[in-house]
Write a protein that binds this ligand. Structure first.
Ligand SMILES: Nc1nc2c(ncn2[C@@H]2O[C@H](COP(=O)(O)OP(=O)(O)O)[C@@H](O)[C@H]2O)c(=O)[nH]1
Ligand SMILES: [Mg+2]
Length: 156
């Protein structure tokens, strides 16, 4: 087992409104929100210590026009969480994100969020084989397990 670096950078990706901020709120006690143009976009940051090592977590804006920001935030990242709104299914933004992560060999997990209102099984259509963790970010369900799964992936 490889030792995780002392500082780890994780980015939470996914479509607008999928539950990225809510997920981060659940992981971190204190979160910093950077707003730009009121509520048009917001970027969140938080950190936690897991086993004595600092984990920095950012959320990124999901809208297509903020692609440049996702690219900047994705520099030097160690791992990613893709938060999907299970009541909406995979959006084209989600698919683009997943393809990018795959082709850049970034370790990631998928949070299939909003399980409380998710109507049917999301069709991942063979585009990914990473762990998919059902979550209800609003209640914190599955979130901690999912993060630990990702950290384990980074350690292995
Ligand atoms: N029903 C339900 N709503 C959720 C869940 N997680 C987040 N939400 C709601 O979805 C909306 C968007 O969440 P937010 O975290 O701001 O999404 P973001 O745009 O990806 O950061 C908010 O109204 C949240 O309260 C969930 O697990 N279930
Ligand atoms: Mg947000």
């Amino acid at each position: 087992m490889k030792n995780r670096k002392k500082e780890t950078k994780i980015v939470i990706l996914g479509s607008y409104n999928s539950g990225k901020t809510t997920t981060l709120e659940n992981i971190c006690e204190k979160m910093t929100r950077v707003e730009y143009n009121g509520t048009t976009i917001s970027l969140d940051y938080g950190n936690i210590e897991v086993n004595g090592k600092k984990v920095h977590i950012f959320t990124t804006p999901g809208q297509e026009r903020f692609k440049f920001m996702r690219e900047i935030l994705s520099q030097g990242l160690d791992g990613a969480i893709v938060v999907i709104d299970s009541s909406q299914g995979l959006t084209s933004t989600d698919k683009n994100i997943i393809h990018r992560l795959n082709s850049n060999n970034v370790p990631y997990v998928i949070f299939a969020n909003k399980q409380d209102i998710g109507t049917e099984d999301v069709d991942y259509d063979g585009i990914t084989d990473v762990p998919i963790i059902p979550t209800v970010a609003r209640d914190g369900e599955g979130v901690w397990n999912g993060l630990n799964l990702l950290l384990d992936l980074l350690d292995s």
